[in-house]
Design a protein around this ligand. Structure first.
Ligand code: ZN
Length: 245
């Protein structure tokens, strides 16, 4: 059950205020990278919350003072409302990652908006305000789905850097190696919540990214401080590849 203590609710609303205000100013419907001329990086964690394992990740992020963006699944959020609240209270940002985590091109087009709206309602019910960030499961969408994402008021947040941390046998050191390999200014790094090897890798790659002069930001900060929507043809090859897949 969500904590109904008035002081707790006040702190939660306060923590959410900056994100909500910043998101109001976002005018792009799709983001494939931050501004490549700025050493900013956004860590994103998809698919949770996953109970204790997401709790462990939040503890690591808090210790390192790294803000991140959590693209959460609606049905998982219902199971772990306290983790949704903790994400916000710890200064992270929430994103919508559908209700059921279906690959959107594989369900009827008429059900796509419902997948977004159900999660919007779940998150609003827990923390009191909706998010305007969205990421499609598997990064899979088409023009018609993109239109629905925009119509529902969301920014489709893709990524530039994908170490495929969910792959069987991925070790923390390999995740770090792959994150660093594809790191570019304006990075949006795709990771998953609830994977112990990813959580183990976080302190190492955070230190290495910071050593290169980067600052970590949430997705809406990245958009606000950068140009938002950029054209695929102007991007390095590996970015075009991920964004197009
Ligand atoms: Zn996912």
């Amino acid at each position: 059950m969500p904590n109904r203590d008035p002081e707790y609710r006040r702190l939660l609303a306060l923590a959410l205020q900056d994100d909500v205000e910043r998101q109001k100013g976002i005018r792009v419907s799709r983001v494939i990278t931050g501004d490549p001329s700025q050493r900013l990086a956004a860590l994103t964690f998809d698919d949770g919350p996953h109970g204790e394992k997401t709790g462990d990740l939040l503890t690591v992020l808090r210790r390192l003072r790294v803000p991140a963006t959590f693209f959460v699944v609606g049905k998982m959020s219902l199971r772990y409302p306290n983790l949704i609240e903790r994400i916000v209270l710890d200064g992270h940002e929430l994103g919508n990652h559908t209700y059921n985590h279906y690959r959107l091109p594989q369900i009827p087009l008429s059900e796509v908006a419902g997948e977004l709206n159900r999660t919007r309602d779940v998150l609003t019910g827990i923390v009191g305000a909706p998010t305007r960030l969205f990421r499609p499961p598997g990064g899979e969408y088409n023009d018609r789905i993109q239109k629905i994402i925009a119509q529902e008021g969301y920014t489709n947040m893709l990524w530039t850097d994908d170490p495929a941390d969910y792959k069987l046998g991925r070790t923390a050191s390999r995740i770090t190696e792959l994150v660093m390999r594809d790191l570019t200014p304006g990075a949006i790094i795709l990771l998953h919540s609830g994977l112990p090897e990813t959580t183990k890798a976080v302190p190492e790659f955070v230190a290495r990214i910071r050593a290169q002069g980067y600052t970590f930001v949430t997705c809406s900060e990245l958009i606000q401080r950068g140009n938002g929507l950029l054209h695929l043809q102007n991007l390095p090859a590996h970015i075009s590849r991920t964004a197009a897949s």
